[in-house]
Design a protein. Structure first.
Lengths: 247, 325, 270
């Protein structure tokens, strides 16, 4: 995590984008009723969490690659996937900080009004969303390792996830054929859960809060499983050819 | 355009001070005088060496002469042009070989690197490809020219640096530690190349801290230490500086710094230079006393296991050590 | 001057730098990846704001406003991000030193490297407009395509100039990319992309007007509604002006950096 902090350039896009997008959204919402502001703020927070996770995980190893420390990391007895999971988790926590910052700015700067009805369930949803994001990050990291173009892909993935997960608007608005894709993303359920916890009147995807939670748990498990499997492939590939170490 | 200058390089009282400040609230200024007023000349067609320990001011001097650094005071002329006022004229006519890992475009091939610099230096288009091929042949990179630089070994990158430095067929070439980091064979080839360039009539100023290299290549050497030139002469003249000195070389095992301190405190000892790393330790003692001094040396090193004692002819390195001590 | 036009030093340096930057870029960015970026970036950025708009205020006019605005805004990725990346790379590769040591004229050197990104920007905007029309249903039946093309060209040029300026600012900082990333997204807020600049607080508006994209979005919408080149004249001139000022500032910063570094001896730091 220290490494992450020492190179500020990676943090910046993830801090800036959520703020800007939230600001735009809040300006859109300025005439709308109070509960809609929730969408903007929670969405912004989610975007902050997501962006950081993606960078933390996606670049967890790419960073090593550039620094030349990848060989040493691979040579350690710890399994690669746990190293990445750890970094991914800490990145998600960073994202949490980012999310909170967005919240603060929104409330203070734009005088948005959000009240959280049930803090306990909210917290639960938050933690599980973080976990799901970390797991997704692990999955992405392993697939990034297999291609040379990690940075291009991460630039490309940010926006699609913001759209598909319905971070700031209901996914019902999206074309129907994209719904399965949206639903396969843990964050989609996470944001729905968060909205449930924050606003009693929220209907959203109409699966209910606890369904969301269950799916979050399940998705975390699935992502980790796939990620684990992919890392085994990566480790085998590393031994067979040295291409991984080269940038 | 000035008339043909008499000397390739003239340096007069060149000084360079670096100042840096640390801290945000309480600023502490750190002033370092890297070059303290040096003067020397280099003739056309000469291979001039600037030698000295790390931090002596060699790199600072060469940067000033190549217009990459402005002096704090003093003047210098390169090929008749002033280093501060006429820097563009200088840049057009000189070659710079600084070597190292950086300074090349990694993601394109060696040939493309050379092409780009050829364009920047205004190498006439009809001659460009021919010049590039010639240079690639000269440095032995012809068969790997079209591979990306990121895949080159250290030695290959160094060779590409050399080719790049010659792209504009410069009359005067500056080389900063040209053989550092190269394996012995590559270094030997590089030195042969340097000699070849001088035979073609080029003027070269190089810096190095390998004394044997300076001895082999240079017609004249400037020894720079602590920002000042402490000696300026041909290698043989410099060696005469230590002609009255005998060098006792001891090969031992288990010598500690403390033993050397005692040795250094002996009245007839000029310098003691030791390489205590590794299994075989080599200690070179310069003394005016000659071989009769050997018993004293062995007595002071008696705590260690002495394997061999030799009397050596003083080399340029010994002269250098005496000068910078 | 030589008889061969190609040999005229500034032009040669310009073309050489342009070509070289192109090669260096595509040596690591595989064409498929680049294509993917050109095609997907506009789509999702536009989608986000269009859906958001549909959620809040679904009027077709609003959606059109946003779709056109975002179609233009996507140029920021190439003109700002990619251009700043150039500077960043020169720094850590250590190639700034040999560039400065060369006698090459700085101005064409400075401009040439960014040439490809101008083209890249235009291509991305074009794709953006395709999406705007066919996916998000913007009505282009009254559009004046000639003036729109001109708007796109000028915006890409001006924004690349803006990017060059940011890149020069980045020379003085440890990482140029911080600046790049801020400006990459800030356009969404400041440049009249999603809502008119007049919605912003008064003290913020001058910043908007310093960025060429603000004029670009205005002009683009007018062109889509049918304005001709003459009618767009004033706005376009302002855009050209702001782009020109950016290039000038950027170039001066670049030279300033060079002179400062040579005087202070900090050329190798990054």
């Amino acid at each position: 995590m220290l490494n992450f902090f020492s190179d500020p350039q990676w943090i910046i896009p993830n801090i800036i984008a959520p703020f800007v997008f939230t600001a735009v959204a809040l300006i859109f919402f300025r005439n709308a009723s109070g509960s809609l502001a929730l969408y903007a703020v929670l969405g912004g927070g989610m975007m902050g969490m997501w962006g950081n996770t993606l960078y933390g995980a996606g670049f967890a190893l790419a960073f090593d690659r550039w620094n030349g420390t990848l060989e040493y990391v691979l040579a350690t007895p710890s399994r690669l996937v746990w190293i990445v999971a750890g970094r991914s988790a800490s990145a998600a926590v960073l994202g949490l900080v980012n999310a909170l910052a967005v919240l603060v700015v929104a409330v203070v700067g734009f005088k948005a009004q959000i009240g959280i009805v049930d803090p306990v369930t909210f917290l639960l949803a938050l933690v599980l969303t973080l976990a799901s994001l970390s797991a997704l990050g692990v999955l992405f990291c392993s697939s990034f390792l297999l291609t040379r173009s990690a940075s291009v892909l991460t630039n490309g993935l940010e926006m699609p996830i913001y759209v598909a997960s319905g971070s700031m608007f209901p996914i019902a608005l999206l074309p129907f054929w994209s719904h399965p894709l949206s639903l396969s993303l843990g964050p989609t359920w996470g944001i729905d859960a968060l909205r449930h916890a924050a606003d009693v009147t929220y209907v959203g995807m109409s699966f209910g809060f606890w369904t969301d939670i269950l799916v979050l748990l399940a998705s975390t498990a699935i992502y980790l499983a796939i990620g684990f499997w992919l890392f085994i492939i990566v480790e085998k590939k590393v031994r067979r050819n040295a291409s991984l170490v080269e940038y | 355009m000035p008339a043909e200058s008499e000397k390739a390089i003239t340096v007069q009282e060149l000084r360079r001070v670096y100042s840096s400040s640390k801290g945000i609230i309480r600023k502490t200024r750190n002033v370092v005088e890297a070059v303290k007023g040096i003067s020397f000349d280099v003739d056309y067609g000469e291979l001039f060496g600037l030698v000295g320990p790390n931090g002596a001011g060699k790199t600072t001097t060469i940067k000033m002469l190549t217009t990459l650094l402005t002096p704090t005071s003093g003047t210098a002329k390169v090929l008749g042009f002033d280093i501060v006022a006429d820097y563009v004229d200088i840049r057009r006519r000189i070659g710079i070989i600084f070597g190292g890992e950086r300074g090349l475009y990694y993601r394109v091939s060696g040939r493309e690197n050379l092409r780009y610099f050829a364009d920047l230096y205004g190498v006439p288009l009809p001659k460009r490809e021919g010049t590039i091929n010639e240079l690639l042949g000269l440095v032995g990179l012809a068969d790997r020219a079209d591979e990306r630089v990121e895949g080159y070994s250290r030695g290959m990158k160094q060779r590409l640096h050399i080719a790049k430095g010659l792209i504009n067929d410069p009359r005067l070439i500056f080389m900063d530690e040209p053989t550092i980091g190269l394996d012995p064979e590559a270094a030997r080839e590089t030195r042969a190349m340097i000699k070849g360039l001088v035979e073609e009539g080029k003027t070269i100023l190089l810096t190095t801290h390998y004394m044997f290299e300076a001895d082999e290549l240079c017609q004249r050497i400037g020894v720079i230490s602590g920002g000042k030139i402490v000696a300026l002469d041909s290698p043989s003249a410099l060696k005469r500086f230590v002609k009255d000195v005998t060098v006792i070389e001891v090969e031992a095992f288990g010598v500690a710094e403390a033993d050397l301190t005692a040795l250094r405190q002996q009245p007839d000892v000029t310098t003691v230079n030791a390489n205590l790393e590794g299994e075989r330790q080599t200690i070179r003692v310069q003394t005016a006393r000659g071989s009769e001094f050997i018993p004293t040396v062995t007595k002071l090193l008696s705590k260690a296991k002495i394997m061999e004692v030799r009397i050596k002819e003083p080399t340029l390195e010994d002269a250098y050590l005496k000068l910078v001590a | 001057m030589t008889s061969n036009f190609q040999e005229w030093p500034p032009l040669r340096i310009f073309l050489s730098s342009a070509q070289f930057a192109f090669k260096a870029l595509f040596s690591w960015l595989r064409p498929e990846m680049w294509l993917m970026q050109v095609l997907t970036l506009p789509l999702f950025q536009m989608a986000f704001f269009v859906y958001l708009a549909r959620f809040v205020a679904p009027a077709a006019a609003n959606v059109a406003f946003i779709a056109v605005g975002n179609a233009m805004q996507v140029a920021s990725f190439s003109s700002i991000f990619a251009v700043c990346n150039l500077t960043s790379e020169e720094k850590w590769q250590g190639t700034l030193v040999p560039l400065i040591a060369s006698p090459a004229n700085r101005f064409p050197l400075f401009l040439g490297r960014a040439t490809f990104q101008i083209l890249n920007g235009m291509a991305t905007i074009a794709v953006g407009f395709l999406y705007a029309t066919f996916i998000f249903g913007v009505d282009m039946s009254h559009a004046n395509f000639l003036s729109l093309a001109l708007v796109v060209l000028i915006t890409s040029l001006a924004m690349t100039g803006f990017g060059l300026m940011l890149g020069s600012v980045g020379l003085f900082m440890r990482t140029a990319m911080i600046v790049a990333n801020i400006f990459l997204f800030i356009g969404e807020l400041l440049c009249g992309v999603n809502f008119p600049v007049t919605v912003l607080p008064i003290w913020l508006q001058p910043v908007s007007y310093a960025i060429p994209m603000t004029y670009g979005t205005m002009a683009a919408r007018a062109a889509v509604q049918g304005s001709g080149i003459l009618q767009l004249g004033p706005v376009l001139l302002q855009e050209i002006g702001s782009g020109f000022v950016s290039i000038l500032i950027g170039y001066l910063l670049f030279r300033g950096f060079e002179i400062l570094a040579i005087r202070r001896g900090k050329l190798e730091e990054y």
